[in-house]
Design a protein around this ligand. Structure first.
Ligand SMILES: [Zn+2]
Length: 472
């Protein structure tokens, strides 16, 4: 995510959370069937995700009725039980009409607004794969949960984009980045409108009044990175020099000049990807692109394979594209284990911005010297960016001081080891934490970096300007 400059405060307002406490329930045991836990164990957001199963695939079929800002849908989840399950939870905010497990109607209750508790007719044995089909309807725009109202849309256009919470507003899920899955997303809209989502466009079928856009994410994806946009969009497609297919979309709610500028903005994608690949190795997914919405959003988001952006004028453009594309490695390919690990996403994505755009400095090292020396009140050193807390997850300090920590580490271990570290981090790994990143940095550099990481991530004050802390 990238809060736009000047709007960070507004975003922080949206993110003032009251964390919903999950009801205490017994832990699943092996000996006898037991309920799956109602949370994935994330200290910041205890109600997010669930226990007892792993999702393999989401098949989402939603009709988006823009005029009524209403969703009518059915999602089929294919999952594997990780224990003998007497019942399990899904995370969801819309009104549920029916639930079936393996084709048989199942009992369901709503122990909290965000929880859908499903009791199948028969217990599900550990290791077994099972299918859950949920049908539902509702108006996501009217929903608030945990101090947030994440849905963005009006009668002309809707975009499901948000972090960490957006999935529950449009499909039932195991809503935590620790459980990635593949997706088929089918969005039905009025004929003449467009629907865009992650991955590749499998088909577009037009009926008499409605048309269905079927998108497929071939690579496993965290639930918050799944998205769709519905409305009047201009779509362009092509291939990069390396043969990677891209699809870009711009809202036709903009006038012609803005549409052209937004398209030009999205066309930077292949060039910026090449720059990032020179640092990080091959782009991790089989398709790319981007979408610019006309809706009033104060941030851009790294939706997997197809980031979504608000319209930005002429400034800060390369930086914004670089940030969201860097997230394709840091956040999307390698997801956070828990939300407290946000630094390893946002700090590194911000650092890749610096490497790509320069931020007006002669070198990244020169930028670090400037930022570190700044005695003005522009940098708040009090926040412990390695564990910022749920309300400050996307605080500006996580980004700016996060990027500083990355350059300081590069100074400390040297560019060759630093480059090896980044490449190794994004290769053959689906999840990672701040602690994992530190461990890998120590392994690659053969140095004890305990006090370095402590100074940069876990101390609420400005690191002393020493060689040990990466000052040079
Ligand atoms: Zn970001």
């Amino acid at each position: 995510m990238s809060p736009l400059r000047g709007t960070a405060a507004a975003l922080a307002g949206v993110l003032l959370l009251t964390v919903g406490a999950a009801a205490a329930e017994p832990v699943a045991q092996r000996s006898s069937p037991a309920p799956g836990l109602p949370g994935a164990g994330d200290g910041y957001f205890p109600a997010d995700g669930n226990g007892g199963y792993d999702v393999v695939h989401y098949g989402i079929r939603n009709r988006m009725i823009l005029g009524q800002q209403r969703i009518v849908g059915a999602t089929t989840i294919t999952a594997r039980a990780t224990g003998d399950l007497s019942r399990f939870n899904l995370d969801f905010l819309l009104r549920v009409k029916s639930v079936k497990v393996n084709g048989t109607p199942a009992k369901f209750t709503r122990p909290g607004r965000h929880e859908l508790r499903v009791t199948p007719k028969q217990t599900i044995d550990k290791g077994r794969s099972f299918k859950v089909r949920v049908t539902y309807a509702g108006r996501p725009a009217g929903i608030g949960w945990a101090g947030e109202k994440s849905w963005i849309g009006n009668r002309e256009e809707a975009v499901a984009m948000g972090e960490p919470h957006i999935a529950a507003y449009w499909f039932p899920s195991n809503d935590h980045p620790s459980d990635k899955a593949k997706f088929d997303i089918r969005i039905e809209v009025r004929k003449g409108l467009q629907a865009i989502a992650n991955g590749r466009l499998v088909s577009r079928r037009a009926g008499k009044k409605m048309s269905t856009w079927h998108w497929r994410a071939d690579e496993p994806m965290a639930t918050y990175l799944a998205f769709f946009a519905a409305g009047r969009y201009k779509i362009e497609r092509g291939r990069t020099r390396d043969g990677l297919p891209w699809i870009n979309a711009v809202s036709r709610e903009f006038g012609p000049t803005r549409q052209r500028r937004a398209m030009r903005f999205l066309r930077m994608t292949p060039r910026v990807l090449r720059q990032l690949e020179s640092w990080l190795g091959d782009y991790p997914f089989s398709t790319t692109g981007g979408l610019v919405t006309s809706l009033d959003v104060a941030f851009a988001l790294e939706n997997q394979t197809r980031p979504t952006y608000p319209f930005v004028g002429g400034r800060g453009q390369t930086s914004l594209v670089a940030h969201e594309l860097a997230h394709q490695w840091f956040g999307d390919k390698v997801a956070v284990k828990n939300w407290r690990d946000i630094w390893v996403n946002e700090g590194l994505a911000s650092y890749m911005e610096l490497l790509t755009d320069g931020w007006g400095f002669r070198s990244p090292a020169a930028w670090l010297r400037h930022a570190w020396g700044a005695s003005s009140g522009s940098v708040d050193w009090r926040l412990r960016i390695g564990d910022p807390g749920p309300a400050r997850l996307f605080a500006p300090e996580v980004y700016e001081r996060g990027a500083m920590a990355a350059q300081a580490l590069r100074n400390r271990i040297g560019t060759p080891d630093f480059k090896r570290l980044l490449r190794s981090w994004v290769t053959g790994r689906t999840h990672g934490s701040n602690a994992d990143f530190k461990a890998l940095a120590e392994e690659i550099s053969a140095e004890d970096l305990g006090s370095f990481f402590n100074a940069w991530l876990y101390t609420g004050k400005r690191p002393a300007r020493t060689a040990e802390n990466g000052y040079k």
